[in-house]
Ligand binder design. Structure first.
Ligand code: AHR
Length: 656
């Protein structure tokens, strides 16, 4: 097979931002995942609407050792903040050998020996004269001990928290504990040292080593694997989570900024709990930390069409009387991200520690919404207001849920009517579909809205799935003039806590497992370019591509059974050739790079190969079943001043 490219040609300008990530708090991606908080239900706000057996005391238990006598209850009479109404009250009659409460985090707290952990809580001493009136006087301290313990009661490090607590006043107490040894499943105990009454709330444990050392930060190992993808953008906070389970459950960005104890916690539509500890400020900061453009998605003023609240009742939208304020909320988000520190919302960003703007360029409005008159009316209000005030923002619309055969017709109609700059397409389909549709955007009308492929995956984590995705990515790259952005979805899945499979990265409390699909995304992301060069492929003959589960589909790409893409990166001058061989047979390939020797090409090319058994999966048992291997390959001078690379391209492989 010969792949011939005029490497010095002008080529076609394409997006250099093609590969980004889709982050949604699904599968415990945020709370219990990327967000490094180790206490589960830290604010006693869990509810039965999330899981039938959940409530404010879920994941907490009473500690009552020896002669200790403790009573635990939930109260809401003197909340820390209206957004955080419930808290725990401990009535201690006798301390014995341990009186208090314990939390085992999200399936056990993973401690690393010798590392420091920041422990904090809000406490309120309930003094004489109140219903627990016992021993203490106004102004007395109520010392508490915070301690890490193993399951069999070994003390893994502790600290005493002490501060004067004037009557009925919440006080934040904090300490640092060094873990005495590594333990996968520790618990945090909060113990009283004297009889009396004390209220506690927002009990928190963070490793000091968060990603980039940020306070209220992210799990370093997990964030690093995401950073290593070198995503060009981060879409957040979802997904269906954005429009939520009913109007009151929408993800409202203002609820997620400011001190964590003042953020509005709420049910997660994926049937667990959102603390909003990982909120808009933290998302923006993470984007900046990894060099990715932020791409927030806000609700279009309607809730999820799949939500129980709206099922069978038609789609619910915010009442028109509230839409003016809602439109302003969206405009305020742009000000929060980009406005000067002298602006109302820019000042809040500065107060959070980031006076410089976050450089917001993209804003998604709506997620997979059904395109109804209710949606349309609200979407148009938001769209027109943003367009009038912020021409610098690329507003991304949604074309609704994908049903094979329909191809988003209703969504496209409104996009065409409004002349949207970009729309968000989603599809989760079989790998065979991706193999057969690598040319989906080739004949796309370049005058229409550009496409953000906001969610896509081939419904599996086998290498055959990843190869189908690699083949599809060659088609996206070829069309990255009209498909400037694409994000595989979902990004994260916590083993044992998934509501959705497949995901790009799996993790436990202690380990991170990038899938084979991850390596495909990574290879396309780190090997991106801004110019697409047309490859002329000849020889070979058609080949069969393998689908998952042994299903074989005859796919004729470029007439040789390969999917090929060639790009040039103007910044480095690199010419990057990607070849996907989704068939079993190895092939010898001649890559002819015309017009490059005069450009001082090096004599060696860097070659990275991802190859393996199409049924292979990178999981906890075989985390590195298929991973990229990088080496060198010779570049030889051919006749007429051209360069050539001769390669044996393995069966089932992506070669870069
Ligand atoms: O990625 C999982 C879900 O799939 C998203 O929340 C939703 O947008 C889509 O249906």
């Amino acid at each position: 097979v010969t792949v011939s490219v005029d490497a010095g040609a002008k080529g076609k300008a394409i997006s250099r931002d093609l590969v980004g990530i889709f982050f949604e708090d699904i599968n415990y991606a945020a709370d219990g995942g990327l967000y490094a908080e180790m206490v589960q239900n830290r604010s006693f706000e869990y509810q039965a609407t999330e899981q039938p057996n959940w409530g404010p005391m879920s994941f907490w238990e009473v500690v009552q050792r020896g002669e200790a006598k403790v009573m635990l209850m939930v109260d809401a009479a003197d909340p820390l903040h209206a957004n955080n109404p419930k808290y725990a009250v401990l009535k201690v009659d006798a301390v014995g050998e341990g009186a208090g409460i314990a939390n085992a985090g999200f399936g056990g707290m993973a401690l690393t020996g010798g590392e420091a952990y920041d422990v904090s809580l809000f406490a309120m001493h309930l003094h004489n004269g109140n219903r627990w009136g016992k021993t203490a006087n106004d102004g007395d301290a109520f010392p508490l001990i915070v301690r890490f313990e193993s399951a069999d009661g070994e003390n893994l490090g502790e600290a005493q928290l002490e501060a004067p607590m004037p009557k009925r006043t919440w006080k934040r107490l904090s300490a640092t504990i060094m873990a005495r040894r590594t333990e996968k499943a520790a618990r945090l105990l909060v113990l009283a040292t004297q009889p009396g009454g004390v209220a506690v709330d927002v009990v928190s444990v963070f490793p000091q080593k968060t990603f980039r050392g940020r306070k209220n930060g992210l799990r370093a190992d997990l964030a690093q694997v995401i950073a290593d993808l070198k995503p060009k953008f981060v879409r957040f906070p979802g997904g269906c989570l954005v429009h939520g389970n009913g109007l009151s459950n929408m993800y409202r960005w203002k609820d997620t900024i400011g001190p964590v104890e003042e953020r509005r916690e709420q049910e997660n539509l994926w049937r667990y709990h959102q603390t909003a500890g990982l909120g808009y400020f933290e998302y923006f900061q993470f984007c900046e930390d990894i060099g990715a453009a932020p791409l927030p998605v806000v609700p279009a003023g309607v809730c999820c069409q799949n939500a129980a609240h709206s099922q069978g009742l038609g789609q619910k939208g915010l009442p028109m009387a509230l839409m003016g304020a809602y439109v302003q909320e969206v405009l305020d988000l742009i000000e929060y991200a980009n406005g000067p520190v002298t602006s109302v919302w820019g000042a809040k960003r500065a107060a959070a520690g980031h006076p410089e703007p976050f450089g917001l360029r993209y804003l998604g409005v709506g997620n997979e919404d059904r395109i109804t008159p209710v949606f349309k009316e609200r979407f148009e209000m938001i769209y027109k207001a943003v367009k009038a005030k912020h021409r610098e923002i690329v507003l991304i619309g949604t074309v609704g849920p994908f049903h094979e055969g329909e191809d988003f017709e209703a969504g496209w109609k409104i996009a065409d009517e409004l002349g949207l700059a970009m729309v968000d397409e989603h599809y989760y389909v079989a790998p065979e579909w991706f193999l057969a549709n690598t040319r989906r955007y080739d004949a796309y009308d370049r005058k229409k809205s550009k496409v953000y492929l906001g969610e896509w995956a081939s419904r599996g984590n086998k290498f055959a799935n990843a190869l189908a995705e690699a083949a599809y990515l060659t088609g996206l790259e070829r069309n990255a003039d009209v498909v400037p952005l694409a994000s595989y979805a979902p990004l994260l899945g916590k083993i044992g806590n998934t509501q959705w499979n497949p995901n790009l990265i799996y993790f436990s409390n202690t380990e991170v497992f990038p899938t084979v699909n991850y390596w495909v995304q990574q290879l396309f992301s780190v090997n991106s370019g801004d110019v697409w060069l047309e490859p002329v492929v000849s020889g070979g003959g058609a080949a069969n591509a393998v689908g998952v589960d042994g299903k074989v589909g005859a796919v004729e790409w470029e007439k040789c059974g390969f999917a090929v893409s060639v790009v040039r990166d103007s910044a480095s001058g690199d010419v990057i050739v990607k070849i996907v061989n989704a068939g079993a047979e190895a092939r010898s390939v001649q890559v002819e790079l015309k017009g490059v020797s005069a450009r001082g090409l090096s004599r060696e090319a860097v070659k990275t190969v991802l190859t393996g058994d199409p049924a292979a999966v990178n999981d906890a048992k075989t985390p590195r079943a298929v991973v990229p291997v990088t080496g060198k390959t010779a570049v030889v001078a051919a006749g007429g001043g051209d360069a050539e690379i001769a390669e044996a391209v393995a069966g089932y492989s992506l070669t870069v």
